[in-house]
Write a protein that binds this ligand. Structure first.
Ligand code: ADP
Length: 160
């Protein structure tokens, strides 16, 4: 049985993230989605607990997808949850440099034990990001193309 870890901030989870999770779950037996506090980003829109609740709700009927709250290094979480590799998604060349740096660092600090597998979102999701979803929402434009109805609903509740 092959498990993989998909770490990220997921603030909020978008259809782009979900497309990567779907692809990963077709390739591997289990995908552990790890919601991590991103140190370089300011206070998010949702708390870590809210992000987890949303993802749990979206995948409550999908056995192959688990959600955890992660702290510390992604490679340590991978060891802790028995994951053989880390999954990351790539939108285009602008993600590439950043992802290569993280992947090489993770490989190095895990003594070459944890590799990163980069997956490409289907073309309709290639430009979707949590930050643009938040911006479009703030502009009062519809975000239904980018997030599931549950996520949109939670964003509307936040605004109230
Ligand atoms: P970050 O680590 O920058 O906070 P996110 O939590 O937004 O990243 O995303 C986690 C991972 O999912 C990253 O590898 C990111 O590149 C990838 N990702 C996010 N949105 C998409 C998308 N639309 N298509 C492909 N990959 C994506």
């Amino acid at each position: 049985m092959t498990k993989v870890l998909y770490p990220g901030s997921f603030d909020p989870i978008t259809k782009g993230h979900m497309n990567i999770i779907k692809q990963a779950s077709e390739l591997f037996d289990e995908v552990v989605v790890a919601v991590l506090q991103n140190r370089s980003k300011k206070q998010g829109l949702f708390s870590l607990e809210e992000r987890i609740q949303i993802i749990e709700q979206l995948y409550k009927e999908v056995d192959r997808v688990k959600v955890i709250l992660g702290s510390g290094a992604a490679v340590d979480l991978a060891f802790q949850y028995g994951c053989e590799a880390i999954i990351r998604g790539i939108r285009g060349i602008s993600d590439y440099d950043h992802e290569v740096q993280i992947a090489m660092t993770n490989k190095d600090i895990s003594e070459n034990r944890i590799n990163t597998i980069l997956l490409f979102a289907d073309k309709e999701y290639q430009f979707v990001s949590s930050s643009t979803v938040k911006e479009v929402f703030e502009l009062d434009k519809d975000i239904s193309r980018y997030v599931e109805p549950t996520v949109k609903q939670k964003m509307l509740e936040k605004r109230r």
